[in-house]
Every structure is written in structure tokens, then in C-alpha cells.
Design a protein around this ligand. Sequence first.
Ligand code: MG
Length: 386
Amino acid sequence: MNCAVIVVGAGQGTRYGGEIPKQYQRLAGIPVFRHTLKAFLDHPEVSSVLAVIAPDDAALFAQASDELNVRTVFGGATRTASVRAGLAALQADPPDIVLIHDAARPMISKALISRLIANTTAEHGAAPSLNLSDALKRIDAHGMPVEDVSRAGLVQVQTPQAFPYAPLMNAYANARETSAFADDLALAKAAGLNCILVAGDMDNFKITHAGDLERAERVLGVQKPMLTITGTGYDVHKLIPGKAMMLCGVSIPGDLALLGHSDADAALHALTDAILGTIGAGDIGDHFPPSDPQWRGTDSKVFLAKAMVLLARQSARLLHVDLTIICERPKIKPHRQAMRARLSELLDLPLARISTKATTTEGLGFTGRGEGLAAMATVSVQVSAP
Ligand code: MG
């Protein structure tokens, strides 16, 4: 039996972050796309492999597929258009069955490929599915859970999806040019071509979000040397009479406030700068210029969240935070535990990895005279060695 594989990698997937599309990022030092192609090329029952790529990615693909026996066609604006282009390219020498797979699922196993080929006939296709194990909730526009959704009768469907070639080709030929289906199963079903579900594979996940490459590397058992990097941050804001101040994302009532363009949370500013420091991403003023009116009065958790996003994009993980607040007043001690708890929440870090401290300067200098409050942060992050 002649079995062709279409690997679809024309997307520009930006959800993952990073400079290049996720299918070209490196997994254990090798582009994701190459892992995926090799899984099929190495399978004894696969006759040919065709890659659908974006025209802009031709150079990246040439590098990723160097010395591999793979044909290439350019995809379209939607996944449906890309699969259509792939199927059309097989028309001159039509296979009996075709497997359609996402380039961003590099962990596809030999066993799953075999299972799909064995379960595909001239009458029906086959697709891998997994039962759901987590609870399902419907959420509102604010992301709050509003309703339980029953798992009964629901499964997750992966790729590859396998079909007899001729009826799938017909289904695509008859579908409207502009139609965009979630997957091939949906289009086949709409055209009356049935598909059975076979057991999927938990490891056959799609590289979608930050951290998925590391997860794939753990599954592959890649041992990467890790480095621990330290960043520091320092910030000062002027003390003025007022009713409350924000420090570490906690409101401290009293007769003092901090003067600043945002909410003037010097502790979160120092912490944001420390995190940016670990990845050489400049300082808080580069990302949120004080001259920009849109940051007036902003809750400084916004700045911290941005630094954490940039950290995740570098696949770096925050390990530890040590923060010192320098002032004569207000007294910090009564608020230290609330500050730790708030940082734990904002940083998604266990309490044990967060230290908040305070000191005075014995009446010396601007902090001693009560003119201002200073904060100093030191953070440690873990990154894989280059
Ligand atoms: Mg500041």
C-alpha cells in the first residue's frame, strides 16, 4: 500500500513567542520540523513525505530539511488552504492513503503512525484521540468560571489524521475556496467521509505555548546543563504626605504616600528591573517610558507581568527573589508576610523562594531624613546553557 504523508507547517504561530515560527525553533538542538519529518521518513510503511511551508520560510525550511528526501509546496492563508495545496501536489502520483500532520507535533511515535495506517481503509479514515482528564469549565469575558461542562461524550483529537486519498481529495476539491475547517476530520465529515478514532498519545502534543519545548525535551530525556543567573534592581521614590502607598503590590495605609508617575511601587519597580537584568532586556523605563501618559497611575503588577513574559520567552525560570526596602517610615515589618504572599501570587513562586526584608539607614542620607524610600531586589533565574 502506498502511504503519503503531508506535514503542514505553513503557520506563523506567534502564540509561542520567539523570533521564528515554532516549527523552526530548536528541540534538543534540532529544528522541530526536522524531528517531525524524520519520524515519518524513518517509518517503513511511509512511501513519501511532502512538507507544506510558508513562502517566507523557504530558507528556514531548507536548513531544517537539509539532506532529507522531502518534497515541498507552499501553503495558503489557512490550514485548510495549505492542506488543499498538499493534496493537489500528490495528484500526479496518487497514494492509497494520506496522513496529514502538524509540523509542530514533533513527538509523533512510530507506534501511532502504524496504528493509523492499520486502521485506515478505502471506506474510512482514522484519527488519534485522547480522553479528557481535567475538569472543564465555561468562562465569562473576564476569565471567571461560570459553568461546569460535562466531559461525557468529549474527546481531544490529535494529528496525524489518516484518510483514503481519493475521497479526501474530492472532499477538498468540493469545499469552497474560502472555507476554513478546524481540522481534516471536520472537512471529511462535512463531505460524508467517515473517520474512526484510535488511541492517541499524550506525548504527541503540539508545541504551542512557552515551555512546551522544554516539556518535549524532558520527554525526550534531554539533559541540558542549566545556569543560574542573578539580576539586581534598585529604585527610589519620593515620600510625600498621603493616605496610603503601594509597596510590593500591597496597600500600606498611614500618613505617607510615594510620588511617581505610575502607582510608584518602588519595590515592584526594583523587582521588575532585576528580572529584566537577568535576560539583558534593558530596564523598566525602556518598556514603560514615564513620558508616556498611558502608564499614569498604572498598577505596577503590569510592569512585573511584562518582565515575566519576557523571561518566559527566553525559557528562563524564576527561582528566587530577595527584596530589601530601605526607609525609616512606614514600618515594614507588619506588612512583610502580606508582601511575600502578594509576590508569591504575582510571580507564581512558592513563599519559601521569596524574601522581603527592611532596613533603615540610621537616620543618614535621604532615606534617613524621610525624603524618600528605596528598594533593592536580587533575583535568581535558571536558564539552559547555550
Ligand atoms: Mg520607579
